[in-house]
Design a protein around this ligand. Structure first.
Ligand SMILES: [Zn+2]
Length: 480
């Protein structure tokens, strides 16, 4: 790398000039120079005078960074561990084996950031499981991990005010449930404190209001979330109609669909992103379009948990913004965004014979970048290669074996199986990957920590699952 440290008058220069990288043009690709200064893209042209650190972009593809628009970082500790179960029973198992210390949360945030960055992501949305009694410590640990990794992070503490069994439909046999561990007001007070301590948009750390979903949250909790989100201009995030059981529960509890219910609660907005959205009807889709809410597509998790195939083509045709997420590592079980983008686009070729509606590789990349940014109200700041936007950029090595031979770079990046193809990445103009390696995280040390703090673990008995399985099978019509 050449570093040009001063201009012709001897004034110090900082930033980067990426030279002769391929960028997507209308019908093909152009080779351009891209200048990054003070965290932003300041010039894009066929030839620029180099300033700052010069990065060779030849035989490389430059794309805006993707958004991993829904995950739960601490599930990294359970990846590969939970056998095939549907969402409600899988959740029961997950609840019985949650990480117990803040150091683990810190490490899993770093692990999530590293895998996201190495698969083309520059922003992560962490719907963060918080440890009872150590809520602020949990949030602080994840934030510390993201700051160190240098990824842009939206952290939405996973809050609810109803206990897990209430999320399974009663099937006409209502029962009383234990109250949740925290009151609604205690949860809202906790969130106010989390915002005060950790919400730092200028530093790339954003707290978001992220109730688990209508199946576990009261009207009062939603109202409090809306109030805090309006007061501090925060994004809103929730799970929505991930499973058939949640659709049944909505009918039982609200007498309307869960989307109509969220509309009534005034939760839907241009800064609201909703994970999964598998079981929506046509008028629900219209409500999302009208309120400019975003659907976060988590195709791998939906397959793994048998939740269903979200009707993404219908959403796109109705004008609903769609983003892509990996979902937590216990239901995926990786954080490879390129994999999620591939499956999340070609999956829909089996749902619709009208191939003209299928998602092209270029459209898939746009969903993952600009679609993700839009769901976070960041479409004017990140998500595309434009002068003035923040420099959240990724450079892919087109000489990597998995991206050869030379055909259509974006086509092969999306439809192939790219292995270690990210050469450089920047978040807000800070280079976090150089020559294929993280500049911010010692990945070998991370590997050692993950190894040392875990053990070979196979299937366990799960008391929560045993308590719920009979009712689940009855409600879903599965027999004994
Ligand atoms: Zn989730």
């Amino acid at each position: 790398m050449t570093v040009i440290e001063s201009d012709s008058e001897g004034k110090p220069l900082t930033g980067y000039t990426i030279r002769q990288a391929w960028v997507a043009s209308e019908n093909g690709y152009d080779a351009v120079d891209v200048r990054i200064e003070n965290g932003r893209i300041t010039a894009i042209a066929p030839q620029l005078d180099p300033v700052g650190t010069v990065v060779d972009g030849r035989d490389k593809l430059l794309l805006p960074g993707f958004v991993n628009a829904h995950t739960h970082s601490s599930e990294l500790w359970q990846r590969g561990m939970i056998p095939p179960y549907p969402l409600e029973l899988w959740l029961a198992k997950l609840y019985d084996f949650t990480p117990a210390d803040a150091e683990q949360v810190y490490l899993s945030a770093i692990g999530t950031a590293v895998e996201t960055l190495l698969s083309g992501g520059t922003t992560v949305v962490d719907h963060l499981t918080i440890m009872p009694g150590q809520e602020l410590e949990t949030i602080g640990a994840a934030v510390k991990g993201y700051r160190e990794a240098g990824i842009r992070a939206f952290v939405g503490p996973l809050i609810q005010d109803q206990s897990l069994p209430s999320s399974i439909p009663s099937g006409g046999q209502p029962s009383a449930y234990e109250p949740y561990a925290r009151t609604t007001q205690e949860t809202l007070d906790l969130m106010a404190e989390a915002i005060a301590q950790f919400h730092r948009p200028d530093e790339g750390i954003y707290i978001m209001m992220a109730p688990t979903g209508p199946q576990l949250c009261s009207d009062e909790l939603f109202a409090g979330c809306n109030e805090l989100s309006d007061r501090h201009a925060l994004c809103r995030h929730a799970h929505l109609l991930e499973s058939k059981a949640q659709q049944l529960l909505a009918e039982e509890q609200y007498g309307c669909t869960a989307v109509e219910y969220l509309k009534r609660l005034d939760f839907l907005s241009p800064r609201t992103s909703l994970a999964h959205c598998v079981w929506l009807n046509e008028s629900d889709t219209q409500l999302l379009a009208v309120t400019k809410s975003t659907v976060v597509h988590n195709p791998l998790s939906n397959l793994r948990l048998g939740s269903g195939i979200a009707p993404i083509l219908k959403y796109r045709q109705a004008g609903v913004n769609v983003a892509i997420g990996c979902d937590g590592s216990a239901s995926n079980d990786s954080q490879d965004l390129l994999e999620a983008i591939k499956i999340g686009s070609i999956l829909h070729n089996v749902t619709d014979f009208e191939y003209r509606n299928w998602i092209s590789p270029r459209q898939a990349v746009k969903m993952a970048a600009l679609g993700g940014a839009t769901g976070l109200g960041m479409q004017d700041e990140i998500g595309s290669l434009e002068v003035g936007k923040q420099a959240d950029l990724v450079l892919y090595d087109l000489t990597s074996l998995s991206l050869l031979p030379r055909t259509d770079p974006i086509g092969l990046l999306v439809l192939g199986r790219p292995v270690q193809v990210v050469s450089s990445a920047w978040v807000a103009g800070r280079q976090v990957i150089a020559d294929g390696n993280l500049t911010t995280v010692d990945v070998n040390h991370l590997r050692q920590e993950l190894f040392a703090r875990s053990q070979w673990e196979f299937d366990h008995d799960s008391p929560t699952l045993e308590a719920l399985e009979t009712r689940y099978r009855r409600v879903m019509g599965l027999g004994e």
